[in-house]
Design a protein around this ligand. Structure first.
Ligand code: ADP
Ligand code: MG
Ligand code: MG
Length: 211
């Protein structure tokens, strides 16, 4: 298993499938602490990504080319807060992955750049009940695996597991960024939709690497 262009394309198809399946659940989470559109927003976005990939005459040369296509498609089709955030994440990730395939450190660089894009755009830090609460532990976990000599796949698995734990850990948090922050203390006791979709996207990256 290699994290190459074919993997990046499978990652996006796996994500589209996972998002379609989780659409109602994501929207339900967003209905409680937001405006009830997160599932629809992402489903629309990743369907558009799949359509773009289907329309390519030949596969892109580098992982970064796939991620750039994802970024521009999400930016123009998702809307809301998450469209520009995920769009910027993939755009930044695209810039550090101009290679035919990724090793463990390349995987960390991808995840790190994505997180930097999100924080540059949304200014959230850990603990504010946003997707950063899934991305930051994912980056940290991948980093520790890579620096310990793990493979790219090991780093990805660690990232996905940490993102899932991070998403679950948003439940008790008080939201201080995004729409959920309008609810104040009433945002507590519910899982953040964006952290949940981040965990889903990273789990899809793992599945894509195992196919
Ligand atoms: P909207 O809130 O505009 O309807 P979505 O429902 O698609 O957009 O996305 C909501 C998610 O976006 C939240 O659950 C949260 O994870 C994420 N989010 C919102 N604001 C920020 C921010 N400033 N930084 C990081 N993530 C954010
Ligand atoms: Mg919403
Ligand atoms: Mg909205």
């Amino acid at each position: 298993m290699t994290l190459d262009v074919a993997w990046a394309m499978r990652w996006m198809r796996c994500t589209a499938e996972a998002v379609a399946e989780a659409k109602t659940g994501l929207t339900e989470l967003d209905r409680v602490i937001g405006d009830g559109d997160h599932g629809e927003n992402l489903d629309r976005g990743f369907r558009a990504v799949t359509a773009k990939l289907d329309g390519l005459e030949s596969p892109p040369a580098q992982v970064g080319d796939v991620l750039k296509l994802v970024a521009t498609t999400l930016m123009s089709s998702v809307g809301g807060a998450s469209g520009p955030l995920y769009g910027t994440a993939f755009l930044r990730a695209a810039k550090v992955t101009g290679l035919p395939e990724l090793d463990a450190h390349g995987t960390v660089a991808l995840l790190e750049a994505a997180l930097e894009g999100i924080t540059a755009r949304g200014k959230a830090v850990v603990g504010e009940k946003t997707m950063v609460d899934a991305w930051q532990p994912a980056v940290d976990a991948a980093e520790s695996v890579a620096s310990g000599g793990g493979t790219a796949h090991d780093a990805l698995v660690a990232a996905a597991d940490a993102a899932a734990a991070g998403a679950a850990a948003t439940v008790p948090l008080l939201a201080t960024k995004g729409r959920a922050s309008y609810l104040g203390e009433r945002s507590q006791g519910h899982q953040d939709p964006g952290a949940t979709s981040t965990a889903l996207i990273l789990a899809a990256a793992v599945r894509a690497s195992e196919e």
